[in-house]
Ligand binder design. Structure first.
Ligand code: SAH
Length: 244
């Protein structure tokens, strides 16, 4: 048992969970590993007694779960967002091993950043557009024949690695002179950029190809800080002013 390691600003986000039992089992997996902030994006069947039963002694985590309408709402104020996925997606994204994920989450949370880890629907996982709101993706290596873990089992593995990082001496992040940008402010920047690219005739929304996905990947990969977002927004506004 590990005493007194808690992670107040690490939230586990379950997206459109179908089975309330999985919510309860995920809550238990979290509490076993010192996590307590559960966010449910549009759960299919919640609140439900089954979630409380399956949580065993983690009913406090179920009862304090916050329900959100969308992934964007759930992560709006987060500065590090990680998405879990059972399979490779079409456009490659920066990846973490579960162990690296545990270390990163621990060191970022220790540095005061708000962290979210997203888990997808039982049948279909996370949508591409949801995965593209993440800085990193993490895949739990499995046997080739069957790569999809039960949702709560996947939460267990990821939560375990966070606690193990905290128990060991995971290296802390180098200090930064600015706050990292929130997910919401990066979304606004991407909207603004898209608007400007359309106005200058560089981007054709009727033939978008992968342009915005690639720019989104660029902007999440560099981990913008709040000042950098402000500079880029100012730059886009100056372009708009000039061409209008
Ligand atoms: N058929 C779905 C699997 C969904 S399993 C798919 O192909 O994506 C439900 C959720 O559990 C996933 O969205 C993910 O959050 C998590 N999960 C299951 N297996 C995983 C694995 N091997 N690595 C990382 N996350 C996994």
């Amino acid at each position: 048992m590990t005493d007194a390691i808690t992670f107040p600003d690490v939230r586990i986000v379950l997206v459109e969970t179908t089975h309330p039992g999985n919510i309860g089992a995920a809550a238990r997996a979290m509490k076993n590993m010192g996590l307590s902030r559960l966010v449910l994006v549009a759960p299919r069947d919640f609140p439900n007694e089954k979630a409380v039963w399956r949580s065993a002694s983690a009913s406090d985590v179920v009862e304090s779960a916050v329900v959100a309408d969308s992934v964007a709402d759930a992560i709006a104020d987060c500065q590090l967002v990680i998405g879990t996925s059972a399979r490779d997606r079409r456009i490659p994204w920066p990846m973490l091993e579960p162990r690296e994920c545990g270390e990163k989450v621990f060191s970022e949370a220790t540095a005061g950043n708000a962290v979210a880890i997203l888990f997808g629907r039982e049948a279909r996982g996370l949508k591409n557009e949801e995965l593209q709101q993440c800085h990193y993706h993490v895949n739990i290596p499995t046997a080739e024949a069957y790569s999809s873990l039960n949702l709560a089992m996947a939460v267990q593995v990821i939560a375990y690695e966070i606690l193990q990082a905290a128990r060991g001496d995971a290296p802390l992040e180098a200090p930064w002179d600015m706050e990292f940008a929130s997910a919401e402010s990066v979304e606004h920047l991407i909207d603004h950029l898209e608007q400007t690219l359309i106005e200058v005739g560089f981007h054709d929304p009727d033939n978008p190809r992968q342009l915005m996905t690639r720019l989104r990947r660029l902007l999440t990969r560099v981990r913008l800080d709040a000042m950098e977002v402000n500079i880029l927004r100012g730059f886009l506004s100056a372009i708009e002013k000039k061409i209008r």
